[in-house]
Design a protein around this ligand. Structure first.
Ligand code: NAD
Length: 425
């Protein structure tokens, strides 16, 4: 088996690998090494290069990746990340995490992910649409209801999923296509109500349930949220709606703080207008890295990977960390937080609300139905709560961390699906 775990876990892929190997060890011989090797390895990694003419009249060479890590439980599911630094290895690590996330939350999907090397902050809307359309038409042999179903991730939005749908439909020469090719679309194009809010809402549901499991009430507890995009803003809104006080928020450009609590709705409006939370008049500007270490009950990293590391884990004051982002905590930081008895709600559980509601969208489109937002919220709440309780009980029974318990459960489910399928492929 790969020994990448021996290198310092500083990349998403290294984090995912270390977490997998730890789970494999904790499974204590329940599955054979060759099966574990099979479920660990990515099944398909595609690199694409395309060259659209952009609004400056020049050809721009853009690289994109699609990784299907596993189809043991169903078609690969996972978002499209657009970032200037995204790599094929990042996408592979994120696809692996999707395999465990889908297995843990109990949806019939495998793990997948895409990446586009581009800077969404610097692209005009027209150029971003062009890049999304080229990604979809180049990648469309690898996208489909039974193959890989993308969704939004960091740097891509609901609107972008509309362009992906449109580009694929017109590649078929049709106004629409049978089945669901992409989730997180605008509602008018077959999207589902409550998908945009689902990941952040799921984060809040998990955090509130964690308070309950600890015998505490979340009313008036303080929270800090890193990242104010889709996941961060909806986590903040949903936590505030459940009685928590949001005292600090950051994005890539700055951070704001108010010990008395920020007006999150006003902050959403402000950030939509200015593309940042910086200089929000209802708070005081602070340093984004310092914000992570300020006094609070709950910290929600909802930006990007490797934000909580061995360098700052000792100084984090939060008692509960709800991972909205994928892979925000390195394995080394995890050990420090575990010793300090900080409750870490792991990404594959805490941010799984998005993929769960994507599954509802997939079902809705396949069955030509429409689900109300209330129905979506009810199903999301039930699923997140049940899964958190199950992972919590396993962690208590076996003296695991919540991440170890979640990973053991997820890896077991994928191994069992592989055994059930047989090994001719
Ligand atoms: P997004 O692009 O909508 O927002 C990202 C936010 O993070 C922005 O506000 C950006 O300014 C901020 N940010 C980036 N780097 C930062 C830094 N170093 N410090 C502070 N802020 C920083 O992305 P998103 O969809 O909200 O995704 C955020 C994270 O959540 C990613 O890790 C993503 O993989 C994960 N995630 C997203 C979904 C989803 O449904 N969108 C689902 C599960 C997990």
């Amino acid at each position: 088996m790969d020994t990448t775990e021996t290198m310092a876990a500083k990349t998403i892929f290294a984090n995912a690998t270390a977490n997998f190997h730890q789970a494999a060890r904790l499974l204590g011989g329940r599955f054979k090494d060759d099966l574990l090797e099979k479920v660990y390895q990515p099944m398909e990694r595609i690199e694409m290069t395309y060259g659209p003419v952009m609004s400056d009249g020049k050809i721009h060479v853009v690289k994109g990746f699609i990784v299907r890590h596993s189809d043991a439980l169903g078609p690969a599911k996972g978002g499209i990340r657009m970032a200037p630094t995204v790599t094929l290895d990042d996408v592979t690590g994120l696809a692996m995490e999707m395999t465990w996330k889908c297995a843990l939350i109990g949806v019939p999907f495998g793990g997948g992910k895409s990446g586009i090397i581009a800077d969404p902050e610097r692209l005009s809307p027209v150029d971003k649409e062009t890049i999304m359309r080229r990604f979809a038409t180049m990648g469309y042999r690898h996208i489909g209801p039974q193959i890989y179903v993308p969704a939004p991730d960091m740097g891509t939005t609901e609107a972008d999923m509309g362009y992906v749908k449109d580009a694929i439909c017109y590649s078929h020469g049709q106004a629409t296509t049978p089945g669901c090719f992409v989730t997180g679309k605008p509602v008018i194009l077959g999207g589902i109500r409550g998908r945009k809010e689902a990941t952040g809402r799921g984060v809040a549901i998990c955090i509130v349930e964690a308070f309950r499991m600890l015998g505490r009430h979340p009313d008036g507890a303080t929270a800090i949220v890193q990242g104010f995009g889709n996941v961060g803003s909806h986590s903040a809104l949903a936590l505030a709606g459940r009685g928590l006080k949001i005292i600090g928020v950051s994005d890539i450009r700055g951070a704001v703080y108010d010990a008395k609590g920020l007006d999150v709705k006003a902050l959403v409006t402000y950030a939509a207008d200015r593309c940042t939370v910086k200089d929000f008049p209802g708070g005081q500007d602070v340093d984004g890295q310092d914000l992570l270490e300020m006094d609070c009950d709950v910290l929600v990293p909802a930006a990007t990977a490797n934000q909580i590391t061995e360098d700052n884990a000792l100084r984090i004051k939060a008692k509960i960390i709800g991972e909205g982002a994928n892979s925000p905590t390195t394995p080394q930081a995890d050990e420090i937080l575990c010793e300090r008895k900080v409750v870490v709600l792991p990404d594959i559980l805490c941010n799984a609300g998005g993929v769960f509601v994507s599954y509802l969208e997939y079902m809705q489109e396949t069955q030509q139905e429409q689900m109300s937002e209330q129905e979506v919220v009810t199903r999301l709440t039930k699923r997140m709560t049940e899964k958190l309780q199950g992972v919590w009980r396993l962690a208590e029974d076996r003296t695991f961390t919540l991440r170890q318990a979640a990973m053991v459960r997820a890896v077991s489910a994928v191994c069992e699906a592989r055994i059930a399928r047989g090994f001719l492929t």
